[in-house]
Design a protein around this ligand. Sequence first.
Ligand code: UT7
Length: 336
Amino acid sequence: MKQSMIKSTGMAVPDRLVTNDDLAQFMDTSDEWIRQRTGIEQRYWIPEDTKMGAADLGYEASLMALEKAGWTPEDLDFIIFATLSPDIMFPGSGCLLQAKLGLNSTPTLDIRQQCTGFLYGLATADSYIKSGLAKRILLVGGEVHSTGLDKSTRGRDVTVLFGDGAAAVCIEGIDTDDSVGVLASALHSDGNFAPALMTELPASRLPQRIPFDLPLDDARYFPVMDGPAIFKKAVRMLPQVTKEVLEKAGLGVDNIDLIIPHQANMRINQAYGEFLKFPADKIFHNIQKYGNTTAASIPLALHEAMEQGRCGKDGDTVLFIGLGAGLTWGSVLYRF
Ligand code: UT7
C-alpha cells in the first residue's frame, strides 16, 4: 500500500524583525495587549521598499527542504503552493515558484484555503500519492502579509497578528504495509462565514475591480475580521474535527505524541488543549516568534518541532489542526 511520508522540511522568514513595541510606534496598541491576548511577541516582515513575494520566500524554504531530502527540483512530479497572499493576482505562486526552481513542465497547483492551506495541501498530496498520480511532491505554504495590512489604528486588531514567512515539505510516496504517513484527514468549510475574515477589494465581481470612486486607503482593501466570532468558532470546531480524524484512523487522543496547531492565537490553542485534557507541553507553539503566518504556520511549526527533536522519530504520531478564513477548518493525523 502507498503511504505519504514527510521526508524533509525547510523554512524562510525575512530579515526584518518587528516587535510589538515597533507596532506601537505607528498605531494605538501595546506590547502588553498583544502578548496577553495572543501570545505574540514579534514577527518578521519583509524589509520596506523590497520586492519580495510569497514565491520568493517559498523558494528559499523549498531549497532548504529539497537539500535535506537529497532531491533536485527535477525529482519533483508535483508542486502545491498554499497562500492567501499570492505574489500577483494570476498566475498562481506555484507557477512562479516552479520557474524559480528552473523547471518548465512540472504541474503546479495553488491552494487558496488561508490558515488551513497546509492541511488541504497535505490531504491533496496524500490523495495524489495514494492514487498513483505523483510520487515526489513539494508542498509549500508562503505568505507576505505585511504589504497588505492596515498599519493605522483602524486595523490594529488584525495587523498585530500577522507575520510573513514560508515553509516547505518534501513528501514521498513509499510502498509499505506499516501504519505510517498520513493516517487520516478531515476537512471542512463554511462559506457563510466568509465576511467574518476577508479582504474584499480588489473584487472581480464589481463593475470596476479597483473602484475609481474609492480612496486607496478604504478599509475594504485591508483584511477585516470578527475576531471574537472566529475565536468562538475555533474553540468549538477544533475539538470536533480532532474527534473526527481520530475516529477515521481508529485511534484515541492518548495515541497522539504532539499536536501542531495553526498558530493563530496562543489562547485558542490553550483552550483547545484544556478541552481535550491534553498535556500542555505536547502542544507546539511558535506564535511568539512569528505571529500568524497563515498557510506557512503549520509547516513552519513542524519544521521547528523537528529541529528541536519534539517529533520526527519513527512511530511519532502528530496531529496537525487549524481553523481560519473561509471559514475552513480541518485536521491531518500523521505518523513518522
Ligand atoms: O488565523 C486566522 C483566524 N483568526 C483567528 O483565529 C483570530 C481569532 N480571534 C482572536 O485571536 C482574538 O479575537 C483577537 C486577538 C483578534 C482579539 O482579541 P479579543 O480578546 O477577542 O479582543 P476584542 O476583539 O474583543 O477587543 C477587545 C478590546 C477592544 O476595545 P474595547 O471595545 O473593549 O474598548 C478592541 O478595540 O481590545 C481592543 N483592541 C486592541 N487594543 C490594543 C483590538 N485590537 C487591539 C490592539 N491593541 N491591537
